[in-house]
Structure formats: structure tokens, C-alpha cells
Design a protein around this ligand. Sequence first.
Ligand code: HEC
Ligand code: HEC
Ligand code: HEC
Ligand code: HEC
Length: 339
Amino acid sequence: MKFGLQIAAALVAVIAAAIIFGTFERPPVTTVQRGYRGTAMEQVYNPRLLSAAMAANIAPASLPQAPADGPKAGAVYKNVQVLKDVSVAQFTRLMVSMTTWVAPQQGCAYCHRTAEMASDALYTKVVARRMLQMVRHINADWTSHVAGVGVTCYTCHRGQPVPAVIWWNGDPQAATPGVAIPAVGKNHPSAAAGASSLPDDPFTPFLEQANDIRVEAVQALPGTDNHSIKQTDWTYALMIHFSEALGVNCTYCHNSRQFASWEQSTPQRVTAWYGIRMVRDLNTQYLDGLAGVFPPQRLGPLGDAPKLNCATCHRGAYKPLFGVAMAKEFPELTGAAHP
Ligand code: HEC
Ligand code: HEC
Ligand code: HEC
Ligand code: HEC
């Protein structure tokens, strides 16, 4: 009897230790004050997580720039639709760079039937052409978010054909294993929101559709707030995604005594506001339209195209690649090369 109790106690201790060490971050951690004193606007940094984020966000060296003069790609090649205005030297440098950014193992053949480079037979080439347009659009029209830093294919792809972080529309009817009723997209460990019981897919409503992210009542009395607890769940799941994608606390953007107040928020919250609009634009105008181009194995359970979120570019860093301005070295991918 006594022996049985001891075994039970030992078991409980082992489980408790597993939960503590598996869930919490081990000290020491450092804190950095970012708001007025007394507002508790501090960033908590775990040096071990920070060094992992550093290692994951190293920008590769760029090839030396190629001259912009000489014959244009649009005149020399048979089937160039986007990069018409760049020189052949710039075009070649970009093809080689795209290969190292997106398909270093597979090479040119990932996008080309190498016997006939002009052919569009491979879906990857058709997708890559749309990606070229998307990257130019980000760098030229979304400076409200990406500023002078901009993006290249590497920002998302990091040497892989499929970026490490993508998502599809969640299936609200999907059952939780062992539970009879549909989970309505929540109440089971959410991969999108730090394994909390918050919704699994906070992306469809906010980063594809344009639902309202505002949830706080602006007055004390009822009647001013039309947002349900369910809507609030979705907003908080999105906010946890922001924090995890950027490797920051809520106070990087908010003063947590009044999450809604813009006056008390940091300038980064404004950048994030534009980021939400940018991601929506990219998902609806570029990725969604590729649903018919991707092969079935790349589509989600509901048949939709893969999409991007904040982590696709940020990968745990407050600025992707910690702010290295790779795009500057590729005028072919910015507004500079095409008036
Ligand atoms: C990630 C996909 C991708 C990879 C990898 C890639 N290309 Fe391309 N390539 C394209 C796209 C997209 C176009 C069409 C660009 C346009 O329409 O503006 C293109 C067009 C070309 C053309 C013009 C063909 C014609 O006559 O129309 C040549 C030449 C070319 N690529 C060479 C290469 C070489 C050499 C490599 C390997 C070093 C390579 N590409 C790797 C996507 C790729
Ligand atoms: C903002 C993020 C982002 C940027 C920047 C980006 N891509 Fe993509 N790319 C994606 C996403 C998301 C997908 C969908 C993933 C999938 O194919 O399952 C994708 C898919 C692709 C694919 C299809 C891969 C496959 O095997 O299905 C190719 C090829 C590609 N991108 C090329 C490029 C090229 C070339 C550039 C630069 C001109 C570029 N991408 C820039 C996000 C990005
Ligand atoms: C990278 C910046 C950023 C981070 C980090 C962030 N938020 Fe937000 N948050 C925003 C933005 C931007 C909005 C407004 C979105 C809009 O209006 O489209 C917002 C809106 C909100 C709202 C709705 C306020 C209202 O008007 O009703 C709440 C609540 C909120 N955030 C809570 C949080 C919590 C909790 C965290 C931490 C888990 C967090 N946020 C982390 C940027 C951020
Ligand atoms: C296409 C790639 C891309 C995506 C997707 C993206 N960002 Fe960014 N973000 C950037 C770049 C590049 C910068 C650096 C701009 C600069 O230096 O000012 C940046 C900067 C920021 C900053 C400013 C950081 C600082 O300290 O000044 C915030 C906040 C931010 N992003 C939040 C978000 C949020 C939230 C999302 C998702 C809704 C998001 N980003 C999606 C590329 C991206």
C-alpha cells in the first residue's frame, strides 16, 4: 500500500517536472525597458531563444551586381513576361540567385525543362513568375511596411522550394481526436497560437478576409461593444501569432493597460497595422489566384492554395533577417529597375 503511494508520488513528480521543463523557459532571461517607466512595457529576452533566432536569420552573400546596359532580356529571350526591362547580365545573375534562394539542391531544372528554357510546362515556373511580380509589388508599393529593407525570394524561401511557414484555410468541421462534437476550430491545442486552446486558424478571418480586429469596449456600459467572446478568441490567437512570429512580447506594440489605444501604443504597432493589410493583399491577389496552378498535393484540405503569414518572412525576428537590406542589391526586384 505504502509502496504504491510512493510510486504514485514519484510518477506525479516526473509528470510535473516534464510539464515545467517542457512548457516554461529556463532562467536566466534578460529584460529591456521599451516604454515610460512604470508602464511595464518591457521586452523579455531569453538569450538561448535569441541565439537560435540569430542563427536562423543570416542573410546569404549576394553575387556582385551586373551592368544594367546591353541588350534587354525581353528582346533576347522568347518567353520573358516580367523581367523584360532588365539587361541579359542582370537576368542571368537573378536566375542564378533565384536558384540558390529557392531550389539550391534541384537547380535550374526545378523550374525549367532544360532542353527548352522558354517552355512553361512546369508549374513551378508559372508560380515563380507570379512570385517575381509579387516581390516587385511588395518592394515598390508596400514601403509602408517593408521600408527600404524590402524582400527577396530568400526572405521567405531560405533555400527551400516551400517556405517553412505556410498555412491553409482551417476546416471548422474537423473533429478533435477522441471528441465527438466538431471543434469549431478551437478548444484543442492550437499550433497557430502557442498550443493554447485558442482557435487553430486565426489567419483566414484576418489575413485573407478583412474581419474586424477590434474587440475592446470603448465605454464601461453595455451597448458600445458588439464583439463576442468568440471573436475575442480569434483576435487573441492572431496576436499570439504576431508575438511568436516576431519573437517579441505584446508590449512591443501595446501598452497592456489599454490594448486598443493607439496613443499609448508604440510606432511598431503602426508598422504591424500596415503589415496586416499587406499580408491580406498578397494572399488574396497573388497566392489565392494560384490555386489552379499548384498540383493537388500542394493544396489544403479544402482545396485552397498555400498562403503566407507574418512568420513566413519574420521567422522569429522583429525584422526579417534582422533588417539586412538584401533587396538593395537586386534593383531588378525593386521599383528601381522598372519605371
Ligand atoms: C525558381 C524558378 C526558377 C529557377 C530555379 C530558374 N529559373 Fe529561369 N526562369 C524562371 C522564370 C519565372 C522565367 C520567366 C521570367 C519572366 O517571364 O519574366 C525564367 C526564364 C528563364 C530564361 C528565358 C527563357 C526564354 O527564352 O524565355 C532563361 C534563359 C533562364 N530562365 C535561365 C535559367 C537558368 C540558367 C537557371 C539556373 C541557373 C534558371 N533559369 C533557374 C524561373 C526559374
Ligand atoms: C512573401 C513570401 C514569399 C516571397 C518573397 C517569395 N515566395 Fe515563393 N512562395 C511563397 C509561398 C507562401 C509559396 C507556396 C508554398 C508551396 O508551394 O506550397 C511559394 C511557392 C513558390 C514556388 C513553388 C514551389 C513548389 O514546390 O510548390 C516557387 C517556385 C517560388 N515560390 C518561387 C519564388 C521566387 C523565384 C521568388 C522570388 C522572385 C519567391 N518565390 C518569393 C512565398 C514567397
Ligand atoms: C507586432 C505588433 C503587435 C503585437 C506584438 C501584438 N499586437 Fe495586438 N494589435 C496590433 C495591431 C496592429 C492591432 C490593430 C489591428 C487592426 O486594427 O487591424 C492590434 C489589436 C489588438 C487588440 C484589439 C484592440 C481593440 O481595438 O479592441 C487586442 C486586444 C490586442 N491587440 C492584444 C494583444 C495581445 C494580448 C498581444 C500579445 C499576445 C498583442 N496584442 C501583440 C499589433 C500587435
Ligand atoms: C513580405 C515579408 C513580410 C511579411 C509577410 C511581414 N513583414 Fe513585417 N517586416 C518586413 C520587413 C522587410 C521589415 C523591416 C522594415 C524596416 O526596416 O522598417 C518588417 C518590419 C516589421 C515591424 C517593425 C519592427 C521594428 O522594430 O521596427 C513590425 C512590427 C512588423 N514587421 C510586423 C509584422 C506583422 C504583424 C506581420 C503580419 C501581419 C508582418 N510584419 C508580416 C517584412 C514582412
